[in-house]
Write a protein that binds this ligand. Structure first.
Ligand SMILES: Nc1ncnc2c1ncn2[C@@H]1O[C@H](COP(=O)(O)OP(=O)(O)OP(=O)(O)O)[C@@H](O)[C@H]1O
Ligand SMILES: [Mg+2]
Length: 451
């Protein structure tokens, strides 16, 4: 808790505001006043308050309405209702709606002291509770991987088990689901943690270059090779090699990699001798390697070599219960990085974020929050702060156009068929080409996301 409690008095009568201000200022509290519900909300958006004294009867937004708004938008702020003597029913009703206490007008300073004492105690308890909660939260993150849904807990478990072994791991999953993050976590928890972790994106490097990068070369191996250069197979020396987009490597590279995995030795370009190598291999792919094997584009023997253990990362839309935690995590992260004062998202915005399908998965969610935090001017992120995601049209149940319904239905069927186009086309009773076109038009394909 802050050293001094921050208090705001919300009352349309100036005389009440002033007497509160005087009284609290003497007690060494930080105190502010607002003449209406709206003014109070504007102040709350700017800076946090621990406690609000709110008059029930005010023109415009009355005390009950303000209470409701505060409890949903700023749940950490406590509210004490001020009401006229004789309207105790209203006071009780306010407590039912989340007020911590009430004051009956007219009241004496002693009564105020009692209320304050009670709230100080309460705040201490909630702080303790929050501390416990944040302790418990540690179960919801593993290294830098955030998640509390059953599939993610399962993945944390798998990482622990796999890290104890030296087996090759294949990470599968859509873009942005955290494959690289998992690869790093496996390395960090393994006995190789003190050695390098080297990540190479096979899809981004031309084949000839990839070979030189991995195997290195002798001096004079080709024109321009003025000295011997070690490749990553050697540089990684005892560490973990992470080959991303493994489905992209050429047939020749596939043969070469298989040989290295079997012999644990390499032959540098332009050299006759062999060099011993020692590394753990982790590969990742967004593609269906089994389908590539069927088309003879990927070697089955290599597949079994790299795929001793598979960890499949589910898309975010299949573990929506992780979204609030991730939203919290990224708000804190970008808040700190951009020196902003954002606390949380409104319940309405969270509802929409949880309903959205996130084709770019956690990366897309991360980018969305970064953007919203950077542009935000208040403590809260509202639905409008995410308008670039076109959330509302997809989630409001009424007034949807036919196109919206079609889009949602196709997405639903694709999910049911695990993204299998042929199967989905059969269920939808349209041909594959048409389905492809619609996927493209509605941007349902996960491949359109970039970092
Ligand atoms: N569970 C998670 N918790 C926290 N951050 C996550 C999580 N999953 C992914 N991220 C973040 O999302 C971004 C993308 O993650 P990562 O690079 O691991 O995805 P990927 O599966 O390798 O994607 P691609 O297939 O596009 O390479 C990173 O910034 C990462 O930190
Ligand atoms: Mg990646």
């Amino acid at each position: 808790m802050r050293e001094t409690m921050r208090i705001m008095v919300v009352d349309d009568e100036m005389i009440i505001r002033e007497s509160f201000l005087n009284w609290f200022a003497k007690g060494g509290y930080f105190v502010d006043a607002a003449a209406s519900g709206n003014e109070a909300l504007i102040k709350l958006e700017k800076t946090p308050f621990d406690l609000l004294f709110v008059d029930i009867k005010m023109p415009g937004m009355d005390g009950m309405e303000l209470l409701g708004r505060v409890k949903t938008e700023f749940p950490d702020t406590e509210v004490v209702i001020i009401t006229a003597y004789g309207s105790i029913d209203t006071a009780v009703n306010a407590m039912k709606h989340g007020a911590v206490d009430y004051l009956l007008k007219p009241f004496k300073p002693d009564q105020l002291s009692l209320v304050l004492e009670k709230i100080t105690q309460l705040k201490k308890r909630t702080l303790h509770y929050r501390y416990l909660k944040s302790h418990l939260k540690q179960i919801t993150r593993f290294d830098n991987i955030i998640g509390e849904s059953p599939p993610m807990k399962n993945i944390f478990q798998l990482i622990m088990e796999v890290a104890k072994t030296d087996a090759s791991v294949l990470l599968t999953g859509e873009t942005g689901t955290g494959k690289e993050l998992v690869a790093r976590a496996i390395h960090a928890k393994s006995t190789r943690a003190q050695h390098p972790f080297i990540a190479l994106n096979c899809g981004a490097i031309p084949d000839s270059l990839l070979e030189a990068e991995l195997f290195g070369h002798q001096k004079g191996a080709y024109t321009g090779a003025t000295q011997r250069r070690k490749g990553y197979f050697e540089i990684v020396a005892g560490g973990t090699l992470f080959l991303d987009e493994i489905g992209e490597i050429s047939q020749k590279m596939q043969v070469d990699l298989l040989r290295v995995l079997e012999e644990k030795k390499i032959k540098q370009l332009g050299s006759a001798g062999m060099v011993d190598v020692d590394f753990r291999l982790i590969c990742a792919t967004r593609q269906d390697l089994k389908a590539k094997i069927e088309k003879n584009e990927f070697r089955e023997d290599l597949f079994y070599r790299i795929n001793v253990i598979t960890i499949d990362l589910p898309p975010l839309r299949q573990r929506r219960s992780d979204i609030p935690l991730l939203v919290d995590h990224f708000i804190q992260k970008y808040n700190a990085e951009t020196v902003k004062n954002v606390d949380h998202v409104t319940p309405e915005a969270l509802r929409l974020l949880m309903a959205y399908d996130w084709p770019g998965n956690v990366r897309e969610l991360r980018n969305a929050l970064e953007r919203a935090v950077v542009l935000s001017k208040s403590r809260l992120l509202h639905v409008e702060d995410f308008s670039f995601l076109h959330l509302s049209a997809e989630t409001s149940s009424d007034a949807r156009s036919l196109v919206e319904i079609e889009k949602q239905h196709i997405r639903h069927i694709l999910d049911q068929c695990n993204g299998n186009i042929s199967q989905a086309a059969r269920v939808l009773d349209i041909n594959r080409a048409t389905l492809h076109k619609k996927i493209k038009r509605y941007r349902l394909s996960p491949s359109s996301q970039t970092d």
